[in-house]
Design a protein around this ligand. Structure first.
Ligand code: PLP
Length: 375
């Protein structure tokens, strides 16, 4: 496409950096979830809501490190605090009062948090919530929603970003491996429910009620498109879990931004356990797990779509949003997976060329960080 040619013209240094990176890193990076064909931009630095690439192009950042940076890049108070801590040492192998301060703050804010333990990533947080649920219930199966992303350990690497045409019925999805290399038996230990399909999901859960240790769910399907759960769906999960002694886990790694107490405060539904990551570390490698607003009017995007006669819908809550060039009803993962990916990719490249940084699947987060020019 024209946008692709323009992108290549604008980013020669990123291309060269990528050619070198591929010699040492598979795919040229340490993670492949944000891979931007034909190759990614290489970032030289970032401040506030602005990111500058290897060729010196300044872009407005709507990714914010996958929603992590609500204050933008390198906010002065955070940089000062980190600099101060670096001088005191960063790892002691002994308890410290800083950790207690953060733990207290989170326990005061999050309805389901009586106690919290910190990890290094969201992946470890969800892994530990599931392990705790198994230990607590003495059962081993877990249920997850189709399309829900919970990190990269085995039992959650199932039915996320898989091709729906190969994954059984919409209302009765099969457990599908999202990657090669899963241990034998993993798929048998996972029950997949259709997101936001309250009745069919409950029917599936009922069949497994004696074997389920936990239900893990993102209150808003995050990385596949910022699609909020309905109150009815989450309420059903809460009721089912209570009635059957199943541990309800909200994965709030992304959705914690929605309210001071996370989306559980917004929905008024309290899970038994919650996993956190991203934003609570402000860009540093931190996760946590613990036990027990309005859809933003996004820059008038819907109105612009109407003017241009392009079907467009914006989903999300608070400062988290997904853009979907579809006019059909968006209920669950299957609807999001119907998107015209070539069109979406072209929009993504067009935005990149115009200086707007968004994830290729057009999900984003608004940060309040000031930009280079105070922007
Ligand atoms: N859970 C959710 C909802 C996420 O969006 C992510 C990361 O994108 C994770 C868990 C995994 O977190 P991490 O990448 O820190 O392991």
């Amino acid at each position: 496409s024209n946008e692709r040619d323009r992108y290549i013209e604008l980013t020669p240094k990123s291309k060269a950096a990528w050619e070198e990176a591929k010699q040492y890193l598979p795919g040229g990076d340490s993670r492949n979830s944000i891979f931007w064909p034909p190759y990614p931009i290489f970032v030289e630095g970032a401040k506030g809501a602005h990111v500058v690439d290897a060729d010196g192009t300044d872009r407005l950042d709507f990714i914010g490190t996958m929603t992590t940076l609500i204050l933008g890049h390198a906010p002065e108070p955070v940089v000062d605090a980190v600099r101060g801590q670096l001088e005191q040492g960063v790892v002691y192998n002994a308890p410290n009062r800083q950790q207690v301060r953060l733990a207290k703050l989170l326990c005061e804010r999050i309805p389901s948090f009586d106690l919290v333990r910190f990890t290094n990533s969201g992946t470890e947080a969800t892994l530990n919530t599931i392990r705790a649920a198994r230990a607590f219930t003495g059962r081993s199966q877990i249920a997850k929603a189709e399309g829900g992303y919970h990190g990269s350990h085995d039992v959650v690497s199932v039915s996320v970003r898989v091709d729906p045409s190969k994954a059984g019925e919409r209302l009765h999805p099969d457990a599908m491996a999202a990657t090669e290399g899963l241990a034998d038996g993993v798929l048998d230990s996972v029950v997949v429910i259709p997101f936001n399909e309250t009745g069919p999901a409950r029917e599936i859960l009922e069949k497994h009620k004696n074997d389920l240790a936990a239900i893990i769910v993102e209150p808003m399907l995050g990385s596949v498109g910022m699609l909020p759960a309905t109150h009815e769906f989450l309420g059903m999960l809460r009721d089912f879990a209570t009635e059957n002694g199943v541990v309800l886990i909200f994965d709030e790694v992304i959705s914690f931004r929605i309210a001071p107490g996370g989306s559980q405060e917004y929905y008024g539904i309290t899970p038994d356990m919650t996993s956190l990551g991203k934003i609570i570390g402000g860009g540093f490698a931190v996760g946590a797990f613990g036990g027990r607003e309005d859809i933003m009017e996004l820059h008038g995007l819907r109105e612009v779509g109407q003017e241009l006669e392009v079907p467009v819908q914006v989903t999300g809550l608070g400062s988290l949003f997904g853009i979907h060039f579809q006019d059909d009803t968006l209920v669950g993962y299957r609807d999001l997976a119907r998107a015209d990916s070539a069109f979406r990719h072209n929009v993504f490249l067009g935005l990149l060329n115009e200086g707007i940084l968004m994830a290729p699947n057009l999900v984003g987060a608004v940060s309040n960080g000031r930009g280079r020019g105070g922007g």
